[in-house]
Design a protein around this ligand. Structure first.
Ligand SMILES: Nc1ncnc2c1ncn2[C@@H]1O[C@H](COP(=O)(O)OP(=O)(O)OP(=O)(O)O)[C@@H](O)[C@H]1O
Length: 249
């Protein structure tokens, strides 16, 4: 069995009386896309925020590449290789696609890209940013101001900004949101190939994408993981169907 890159054990988080994360344990292994699904309010974002460091768990552990994340800040977690995209865009609309990627790299990698060097003149930074734009299929749009990119292209750009940091795990929060059918198809095939470079924890409401991409799925309901398994197991799980997929086929 592949090694766990991320391992969450007995995680709990309450907001007042509400258990938003209720004794959650799950792992993400090398080479896999592990999808996290669940109805609105199930606690998916709360879980992601605890992994990325925006929220502190009440109890339980999160280990990343064998290391306990508890003492690390958001930035330190990113420096360790925890990459993510956001539900809310982190793109600066007035800058070019290329510059957005460069800024993303700089934000985390302050030590190797000194701020006293004019950012647009740093060849190494530019080359790295161009390479990653090429990876996501956006190289011919590198010099376009982000505000002028289509919705789908902005999602590609967000992916480029996350990948520019060469993450060892990618947390993707609803990457298909707002994509048309063509965009979703493209992104699906991109993620399909990407899993071999970087394992992914995928939060997604688009069930077609989840079922075609996920190696494993965990189902979260009221903060609780009610099932983890391969696609067919989850599709056929009576409790899951009742709680979440009841309307399916
Ligand atoms: N800061 C907070 N204070 C109080 N309650 C919160 C807070 N953040 C989230 N909650 C509550 O915790 C529960 C889980 O919310 P969360 O946003 O994690 O769900 P979700 O599965 O990501 O939902 P969605 O699919 O709609 O994004 C919800 O009942 C929500 O109202």
């Amino acid at each position: 069995m592949a090694d766990a890159v991320l391992r969450i054990d007995g995680l709990n988080k309450q907001f007042g009386a509400l258990k938003a994360t209720d004794n959650v344990s799950l792992d993400v292994r090398d080479g896999e896309i592990h999808a996290l699904i669940g109805p609105n309010g199930a606690g998916k974002s709360t879980l992601i925020q605890q992994i990325s460091g925006l929220l502190r768990p009440d109890s339980g552990t999160i280990r990343f590449l064998g290391r306990d994340l508890a003492p690390l800040s958001v930035a330190e977690r990113a420096q360790c290789g925890l990459g993510r995209t956001f539900q809310v865009s982190s793109i600066a609309p007035e800058f070019s696609a290329l510059r957005n990627v460069m800024l993303a790299v700089q934000a985390v990698d302050g030590s190797s890209y000194r701020f006293f060097r004019p950012v647009m003149k740093d060849r190494r930074l530019i080359d790295a940013a161009r390479a990653v734009l090429e990876e996501v299929g956006l190289s011919d749009r590198a010099d376009i101001v982000a505000a002028e990119l289509s919705h789908g292209e902005r999602r590609q750009l967000e992916m480029a900004m996350a990948l520019a940091l060469r993450p060892k795990l990618l947390l993707l929060d609803e990457p298909m949101a707002g994509m048309g059918p063509e965009g979703s198809k493209q992104l699906t095939s991109f993620l399909d190939a990407l899993r071999h470079k970087v394992p992914i924890l995928l939060i997604e409401h688009d069930m077609e994408a989840v079922f075609s991409l996920a190696d494993r799925i965990s189902v979260l309901v009221y903060g609780n993981v009610i099932a983890t398994g391969a696609v067919e197991e989850i599709r056929n799980n009576a409790q899951v169907r009742e709680a979440y997929l009841g309307e399916e086929d």
